[in-house]
Design a protein around this ligand. Structure first.
Ligand code: ATP
Ligand code: MG
Length: 836
């Protein structure tokens, strides 16, 4: 015998025997010292229907108590004893009491329902006067629980509904509905499902605890990761933007460099071309000069010839001399005109304003960002020179610089070197101020009349932008009446917006000594020229008078030739004038080109110093697009603020850990899902099993009730949708309306109880039934019916019936008579009538 490892046949404790042959069968009951049984009494028990009968108080019920006792019933009340010692035979007048009470129940286990290898199994219980119980299984001492557990696997319970104590039969009807439903649970084996579910729920609880813990941790870790991810993203963005910025700047540098180089090449080419054009034009003028000289010479000789040819004629002579005088003057005039043109060219060439900046200040001009002296940056047409010089006031010597910073640097330089003082006009800071409308009769703002590079516009507007040029002070006088504006006349009279007037003779300060001479000479030449023209007019008049008289003479032909040469001379002179004008224009343009080229050279040198990278720019975009990108990337970087570069490594390191943890959490969650699923499956099977049982038992009940009583009855759940609710019995005895259980007679109740018990047995028989005077309230007719039914049912289970009722007893396979003599019970086998 081994309790720990039951044989495989009985390994599944839910596999209850369905056939009567498999069930554990009561074989024999042996009592000693138990209640009224003093001597050792052995009662063999029939496999089918046993009836116990005898007088009141003879000890019949004590036999039932003995079986309950040995099965482990612990409540002394249930065993009808207040104290444990009341179970022990207490003796009588002539007999001594027993020391202990002992009951042994023998089972036939050939069906293997009790999960032990033995074919016969004995369960024993002994109790001594101290109330100490000892259980034995096949003679070996075991605990009560071991006995209870073992028997429960064979469907035998100390509190089973199959053992009905005296007077308790109606209890099946009277008990509350939930208790009654529990009987169904028991025979359906629901308890096993409940245990399984309980176990699963406990597992669920544990896993849910784990899930909660993991989820809290996960949330914490997630938020850490989120923060880190944001930091990492910012760091990545920062990296990207920095690289972008580097590339953009490199591209800009290369672009700038290339552009400057191209510009410089182009400017050099243009300047060279202009130079060539200028040289050609100069050569042309020289060539024309020569031609002109030659023509003049031939004219002189022709005139001489004409004079000589007409020498004999007085008129002719006179005419000749007059003509020679005119020609000589005309020649002189042409010479003067050439001389005047030459001088004008010379004056024009020196017409740029002389900047008389203190030479010691020149060092400042070397400082980067210094653009130059204002006078050097402006080109003034000769016509406006005086007006511009006066209008500029003292600003012509101002030094133009790019920014305020440069200005400060220059001032510090002058201070350190003790060089003197100067005014600086920073282009980015200088405010030209507001100006009113241009007076309608003026020649324009001075700033509109001079030429300068647009980059110097702020400085130029500041100096020239608010002074209008007018022809004379008269005009200024008219204008100032209606408009407060600063004006300067072409000859240097100044009317301030306030109305203050400054003027008189303006002595151009910029004209050098040579210039002064040239101007004086030019004036003399002009005077001479005017005198010559007057003389020519006088002579020509005289000549015209004489010519009328002299018409038709021989000299006419030579004269004609001379006129032809004269015309040619005129033409040559006009061509020379044109050539000369063209040369002037070219000279001006060439000057401009040289300035431009010098500027480009400076810019190119500057870029070269920044060591421009070779090759293709990373971004082949326009300069404006690149600049926009530079600004955008810079803005983004600034918005980004400081970033945590370490987060790049930290994030990668922690992310792996985090993923692993997440996987673990997923596993736990999956585990929970599996448990929930298994709980659902258990619930499902439980419900199915219960419903099957409920359905079958209800059907049996209807049939049995009708069979026993001829009435109608049904079993139903209080709430059919909820298997946890109670089980209600509804019955209408024959010919009666539906009766409430309380209104039924004792016998009617007993019949209902029997019907219920039989219905249960039909669905799942208990191994045995012990009914103590359950038939007590039945009338003869019903007793007979019940007797017959018991006989029928005893084919499927053992029935032990205690009864006074002959009509029941007579159906038994075996009858025992119990008698009492001298306080001690005795059991006698009763011979059965022949019909059994
Ligand atoms: P009824 O037909 O009236 O139900 P019964 O045959 O079932 O009678 P029991 O209840 O089995 O009678 O027996 C009761 C008898 O057992 C009583 O007379 C009582 O004195 C006796 N009895 C109970 N306990 C003891 C005990 N410890 N020692 C001796 N006799 C006892
Ligand atoms: Mg009794």
């Amino acid at each position: 015998m081994n309790l720990q490892t039951p044989p495989p046949a009985a390994a599944n404790k839910y596999a209850r025997p369905d056939s009567i042959l498999d069930m554990a069968r009561l074989e024999r009951l042996v009592l000693q010292g138990f209640k009224s049984f003093k001597r050792k009494t052995s009662i063999p028990i029939s496999p089918g229907f046993s009836a116990i009968t005898g007088p009141n108080g003879s000890g019949k019920s004590n036999i039932g108590d003995a079986i309950a006792f040995v099965l482990g019933k612990s409540s002394s009340r249930a065993l009808r004893a207040k104290k444990a010692e009341e179970l022990i035979f207490h003796g009588s007048k002539s007999k001594e009491g027993a020391e202990y009470a002992q009951v042994v129940l023998y089972f036939d286990n050939s069906g293997g329902a009790i999960p032990l290898q033995e074919k016969e199994i004995s369960i024993g219980r002994r109790i001594n006067r101290n109330g100490v119980s000892t259980y034995r299984l096949n003679g070996r001492v075991v605990t009560r629980q071991q006995v209870v557990d073992l028997l429960s696997q064979a469907g035998i319970h100390p509190d089973g509904y199959n053992m009905i104590r005296q007077g308790d039969v109606n209890q099946l009807v009277d008990m509350d509905a939930v208790q009654r439903r529990r009987i169904l649970d028991e025979i359906a084996g629901i308890k096993d499902y409940d245990e399984k579910r309980e176990k699963a729920s406990k597992e669920l609880e544990t896993v849910e605890g784990k899930v909660r813990e993991a989820e809290i941790l996960l949330a914490e870790k997630s938020s850490v990761m989120e923060k880190l991810r944001a930091e990492r993203d910012a760091a990545l963005e920062h990296q990207r933007l920095t690289q972008e910025l580097e590339k953009v700047r490199e591209s800009l540098l290369i672009k700038d460099y290339t552009l400057a180089k191209d510009g410089l090449d182009k400017a050099a080419q243009e300047a060279a071309a202009k130079e060539a054009e200028f040289k050609a034009s100069e050569a042309e003028v020289a060539r024309l000069d020569k031609e002109l000289e030659a023509a003049e010479q031939s004219l002189t000789s022709l005139t001489k010839a004409v004079v000589e040819a007409s020498g004999q004629l007085t008129i002719s002579k006179k005419i000749s001399s007059l003509q020679a005088g005119v020609e000589a003057r005309k020649m002189r005039l042409a010479g003067l005109d050439r001389e005047l043109e030459r001088m004008e060219g010379m004056i024009e060439r020196v017409s740029r304003i002389e900047n008389r900046i203190n030479p010691s200040l020149r060092g400042v001009l070397q400082i980067p960002g210094v653009k130059g002296v204002l006078a050097d940056l402006v080109v003034v047409p000769q016509k406006y020179r005086v007006a511009v010089e006066v209008g500029a006031g003292g600003h012509l010597r101002d030094i133009v610089v790019d920014t305020m910073e440069t200005a400060v640097r220059c001032v510090n330089f002058l201070k350190q070197q003790r060089l003197g003082r100067a005014r600086f006009l920073p282009l980015t800071k200088i405010d030209p101020g507001r100006k009113g409308p241009l007076p309608p009769r003026s020649l324009g703002w001075l700033s509109q009349l001079v030429h300068f590079d647009q980059q110097y516009a702020p400085a130029m507007e500041f100096v020239f932008g608010r002074t209008a040029a007018v022809d004379t002070i008269e005009t200024a006088k008219e204008i100032i009446r209606t408009q407060r504006v600063r004006m300067v006349s072409l000859d240097g009279d100044l009317v301030e917006a306030s109305g203050a007037v400054m003027g008189g003779y303006y002595k151009a300060p910029s004209a050098g000594a040579e210039m002064k001479d040239s101007l004086k000479e030019k004036q003399q030449l002009f005077a001479e020229r005017e005198a010559l023209e007057r003389e020519i007019q006088v002579l020509s008049k005289e000549l015209a008078g004489l010519a009328d008289k002299e018409k038709g003479t021989r000299t006419f032909d030579a004269e004609k030739e001379r006129v032809g040469i004269d015309r040619r001379l005129e033409e040559l002179r006009s061509r020379r004038r044109d050539g000369y004008e063209r040369r002037l224009v070219l000279q001006q343009e060439l000057g401009k080109l040289h300035i431009q080229k010098a500027k480009l050279e400076a810019r190119f040198d500057n870029l070269k110093m920044q060591a421009p990278p070779e090759g293709k720019p990373p971004y082949d975009l326009s300069i404006s697009a690149l600049k926009q990108r530079e600004v955008e990337a810079g803005d983004r970087l600034q918005q980004l603020g400081p970033v945590n570069m370490k987060s790049l490594q930290e994030f990668d390191a922690l992310m792996g850990e985090f993923e692993e943890f997440k996987e673990k959490v997923d596993q736990i969650v999956a585990e929970r899902g599996a448990i929930l699923q298994s709980i659902q499956a258990i619930e499902g099977r439980r419900l199915e099993t219960f419903n099957k049982t409920m359905h079958a038992v209800a059907r049996h009940f209807r049939e049995v009730y009708t069979d026993v009583t001829g009435g109608e009855a049904e079993l139903l759940l209080e709430n059919p949708a909820n298997v946890e609710t109670g089980l209600i019995i509804r019955a209408s005895p024959p010919g009666k309306r539906l009766l409430s259980m309380d209104n039924m007679s004792g016998g009617e109740k007993t019949l209902t109880a029997f019907a219920f018990m039989f219905a249960l047995q039909k669905h799942k028989p208990a191994p045995f039934y012990i009914l103590d005077e359950a038939d007590a309230t039945l009338d003869r007719r019903n007793s007979e019916k019940v007797g017959l039914l018991l006989k029928k049912q005893s084919k499927n289970a053992q029935y032990i019936i205690i009864s006074h009722n002959d009509s029941v007893v007579k159906e038994a396979d075996q009858i025992y008579g119990v008698t009492m003599a001298d306080g001690e019970s005795k059991v006698l086998g009763v011979e059965l009538p022949e019909n059994n």
